[in-house]
Design a protein around this ligand. Structure first.
Ligand SMILES: [Ca+2]
Length: 217
């Protein structure tokens, strides 16, 4: 009788043991999966796009609007290296502000328009992508030109549509653009090649940019 009871007890223990092992295994796997997924922390945070320091035309270092005739130290005239000059636009131009204003190589007057006609000027601005993954950079903006223009990045023409045909709309309104390729590590150079076919000339650029910071991925 005692032997039968012992045998029953042994079977009961064996069944319980066999039931418990799978529970333990599942439990361990569950813990392992949690470990593999890692703790929630900075190393698993998706890369964050941060603003890069790129300037529109006619701005001071704090991105505030310059006054008429002030030097724009962020836009240089290619060839001479002179600063562009913030100008008071003609009535047919898109009005200045709030994020940028018109520039040319000098304040213009009705007295010097003849010397201005047919003048082509390239305006150069730079921005630094140090600390950013340059391949993730996106520039967005709006621009206008009197009369025609094209946008170049690091010496290569961008896919942004040229302003052509000396159309009134080239300078009476701003034209949206996006640049998302052609960037290099470190210093990047953006050029606005402007052709003034007659009378006054000008360039206006609203621009902002983002890129993922290095170390976020
Ligand atoms: Ca013109």
């Amino acid at each position: 009788m005692r032997m039968v009871q012992n045998t029953k007890s042994f079977k009961t223990l064996l069944i319980m043991f066999l039931l418990v092992i799978p529970i333990l295994v599942v439990g361990c796997n569950g813990d392992k999966q949690k470990t593999d997924s890692g703790p929630i922390g900075a190393s698993n945070t998706p890369p964050q796009a941060a603003s890069i320091n790129v300037y529109g035309t006619g701005l001071n270092d704090a991105h505030g609007l310059l006054a008429d005739g002030e030097a724009d130290t962020h836009y240089k005239i290619k060839g001479t290296g002179a600063n562009a000059i913030a100008i008071d636009p003609l009535g047919t131009y898109a009005p200045n502000g709030p994020n940028s204003r018109w520039i040319w190589d000098r304040q213009e007057s009705i007295l010097d328009v003849s010397s201005n006609s047919g003048k082509s000027l390239t305006f150069v601005t730079t921005f630094d992508l140090a600390g950013f993954n340059h391949t993730t950079t996106v520039l967005t903006g709006k621009w206008a030109a009197d009369n025609n223009g094209s946008i170049w990045l690091n010496g290569i023409k961008t896919s942004v549509a040229d302003l052509v045909g000396s159309a009134l709309g080239n300078f009476s309104s701003l034209h949206s653009f996006v640049i998302n390729s052609g960037f290099v590590a470190g210093l990047n150079t953006l050029e606005f090649r402007i052709e003034n076919t007659e009378l006054f000339g000008g360039l206006r650029v609203d621009i902002a940019g983002t890129a993922e910071q290095e170390g976020d991925h």
